[in-house]
Design a protein around this ligand. Sequence first.
Ligand code: UDP
Length: 352
Amino acid sequence: MQDRFLVTGGAGYVGSHLVALLAERGAKVVVLDNLRQGHRAAVPAGVRLIEGDASNVEALDAVLAEGPWTAVFHFAALSLVGESMRDPMRYLLENAAGGMRLIDACVRHNLKKFILSSTANLFGEPERVPIDEAARIDPSSPYGESKLMIERTLRWADQVHGLRSACLRYFNAAGADPNGVLGEDHDPETHLIPLVIDAALGRSGAITVFGTDYPTADGTCVRDYVHVTDLGEAHLCALGQLDRQSVTYNLGNGSGHSVRDVIASVERVLGRPVSLRFGERRPGDPAALVASSALIRAETGWTPRYAALDAIVASAAAWRVAHPNGYGDRAPAERAPTVLADRPALPDRTAA
Ligand code: UDP
């Protein structure tokens, strides 16, 4: 029987790269995405897009009733560490409570497999790097906390209801589809690699380095950048495990690159200098997050194809050069209201 997958957030950055892989393999895919961060143009022809929130119980019941489903992939989420430090309740309500509603709906509709986009941010300031799956959990932001709450909910959904799950803790998703069709288009863009590329291309001013006094070799934050297509492949590897058991995997390349390393890589790849300024630390940022992905490699044979930082940066740069306006599908003023738009705005406590 043809595999059928529901992908929440499948029009977003990481989700769309997985959807492309699933569609290439001949699966039937339905994307549920509210298009707040996602893009209609990122959903391939032949894949049905339902515009709606992944926490909307009516929308979920309607689509899940169309089963049987092989699995649900859950990408839809708010995902900015800094923003979550300013508005934690929004992150906990939308991500954690919203994710719990989705899991509840999956249980009620008797789904058996669930794959979660989780995050390295739930490790907080790690005791040692590389970070394996047994490392101490201590989220450094409400964003990480919200993902942890979903992970914990999934444990009970498995234990009590038999919903098997894969919790995939991404380190820093980066790069773009090697076919040049999909890429990173956030509004606003806050991620380091696209911002440095824009600075090198002269599309923005100097890049601000957030903190130069971290306990790292050059004083700037160290991250493990992992190519978004490799992440997509890891989802397929993890799915294969769910016939036997639930799994949790850390996903990275196992090599740490500082903010300065990323800037140097962009300069090498584009052959252009990047101007810098040095700013304060960004609240919620741990000094160094580097993955041990030994477990998924050993259990599934997952092998990242685009492990080198320059390869990741080159694919991101190629997409950004070819798509100066990203998917070009919306002006900032046209962005849809948030689910919790009726909540009054909170003061920005971290900005003082
Ligand atoms: N960063 C920076 N300047 C920027 C954006 C990011 O110095 O304009 C740093 C940030 O503090 C972090 C790293 O780059 O250490 C990666 O940040 P990003 O937002 O890309 O991903 P995150 O680590 O938050 O998932």
